[in-house]
Design a protein around this ligand. Structure first.
Ligand code: FE2
Length: 347
């Protein structure tokens, strides 16, 4: 087996490949690592055949949908998953075959209703059902402490003690453990009575993971995260640095229309000298009046540089092909000590 473990913060993803067929499966990919996974597979001479989520993640942005589209391969999840973009739903006792590799699905509800573990040879990819020294939490949507108890003690902890455990998370930089080690040392597994275990899980009082609403929304629907929207917009537009813009303003080159896309109030409290104001919310509606010549070069700016990127992308999309976005925003412009004009510009 060819094996790669990729950590993104505390999130763990796994690329497992068959030496003979060069086919591979990717387990629990994270959105910021898409290029990394593809590069790793290429370096190892692997072709990714399946992208698999062990469950609906609440704490990170899954890359399965995007990778599936990019690679032309199916998204695999447990059949209890409500995500509409899943191509292949699998059930307990079923397996995915990748060359000589057999990925056996074990339905392990508890952390979420759609959680599954995947056993491949002597390795068990436990998702968030069993972590090193912990278990997945059961207080997020579809979590169920009694079901987790059953999944742990009646299913995966009955596997051989030397089966290696590879979880979907580890925040302490550990790579793996074994079933035997977890049974012996995992504090949460020392409560072996169902009701007491459920009681312990209900009383953990954990803080909510950051991005939970957005992660659940995008992972369940296949919709885009805000970071993804921004990255896509940024990939479609060129940028101009603050220094370059400043030099051009000083040289009084008049070919550039600086378009401030913040609200008028923010604009009037301080803008780049000579900039026009056209708030992002009115961009499409007022663009014909404000920018009658689509051949002009337009530079968008905002407070932080995000909204201006979206605005530049929209302008390009509707035919302003010489639009650029400022690399940075008014905040950075002011901090650099560059000139700011308060109030309106002469008409
Ligand atoms: Fe999770």
């Amino acid at each position: 087996m060819i094996f790669e473990q990729i950590a993104t913060g505390g999130c763990q993803s796994y690329l497992i490949g068959c030496n003979e067929s060069s086919g591979a499966a990717l387990i629990d990919p994270e959105i910021s690592q898409i290029d990394h996974y593809i590069a790793l597979a290429a370096r190892d001479g692997l072709r990714i055949r399946y992208v698999i989520d062990t469950h609906t993640h609440a704490d990170h942005f899954s890359a399965t949908r995007q990778l599936a589209r990019q690679l032309g391969v199916p998204v695999v999840m447990h059949r209890a998953s409500s995500a509409p973009f899943v191509d292949m739903r699998i059930g307990d006792g079923e397996m995915i075959i990748v060359g000589k590799l057999r990925l056996h699905a074990i339905h392990t509800p508890g952390h979420t209703r759609d959680s599954m573990c995947l056993r491949v040879e002597d390795r068990l990819f436990t998702g968030d059902t069993l972590l090193i020294g912990a278990t997945g939490r059961t207080d997020l949507p579809t979590g169920d402490p009694e079901a987790l108890f059953d999944s742990l003690f009646h299913r995966i902890l009955r596997l051989d003690a030397d089966v290696k455990v590879f979880p979907a998370h580890d925040y302490k930089g550990r790579r793996n453990s074994t079933i035997g080690q977890e049974l012996a040392t995992n504090p949460r597994l020392q409560t072996r009575e169902r009701a007491a275990f459920a009681e312990m899980m209900r009383n953990l009082d954990l803080s909510m993971p950051t991005h939970i609403t957005e992660a659940l929304r995008t992972n369940m629907s296949g919709g885009k995260s805000v970071a993804q929207l921004l990255a896509e917009a940024a990939a479609r537009v060129p940028f101009m640095s603050l220094e370059e813009l400043r030099a051009r303003i000083q040289a009084a080159e008049d070919d550039l229309i600086v378009l401030d896309v913040r609200e008028r109030e923010a604009y009037e409290s301080g803008h780049i000298p000579g900039a026009r104001v056209l708030p992002r919310g009115q961009l499409e509606l007022r663009v014909n009046q404000e920018l009658p010549d689509p051949t002009r070069r337009v530079l968008t700016c905002c407070e932080l540089g995000y909204v201006s990127t979206l605005a530049a992308s929209t302008l390009r999309e509707i035919g302003f092909l010489h639009t650029v976005a400022l690399d940075g925003g008014m905040k950075a412009w002011r901090e650099a000590g560059y000139p700011v004009k308060v109030g309106r510009e002469p008409q």
